[in-house]
Design a protein around this ligand. Structure first.
Ligand code: ZN
Length: 106
């Protein structure tokens, strides 16, 4: 699965990128949100289910940033994982294809 190369989050257009051997501060990671670069970066070649879960996690980071939320790192990580997995399950269990919805397909 590949997410669109650009997404709108709040008032911003953000890039979604894939990168091999993704790292954050020297450690391997599966996903990153950068408010500086307005982009979400996902590790390439993840299990497709994990890719969706990581995307939603990073998307919640992006949403929180656009709203000016200022939580501690630990709280923010827990919130992003909880809401990210909750959103993933909601769309999956209700069989809602996000990309068809976005295009207006039936
Ligand atoms: Zn996170």
């Amino acid at each position: 699965m590949r997410f669109p190369k650009t997404i709108k989050v709040g008032p911003y257009v953000m890039d979604v990128k894939y990168e091999e051997d993704l790292e954050y501060e020297g450690d391997a990671t599966l996903g990153l949100f950068s408010s500086h670069d307005l982009e979400i970066t996902l590790s390439a070649d993840m299990n497709p289910q994990l890719e969706i879960g990581v995307f939603f996690h990073e998307l919640v980071h992006a949403i929180l940033w656009t709203t000016g939320a200022n939580y501690s790192e630990e709280y923010s990580e827990n919130l992003c994982t909880s809401l990210g997995n909750g959103l993933m399950a909601f769309f999956k269990e209700n069989k809602i294809d996000l990309f068809k919805v976005a295009k207006g397909d039936k």
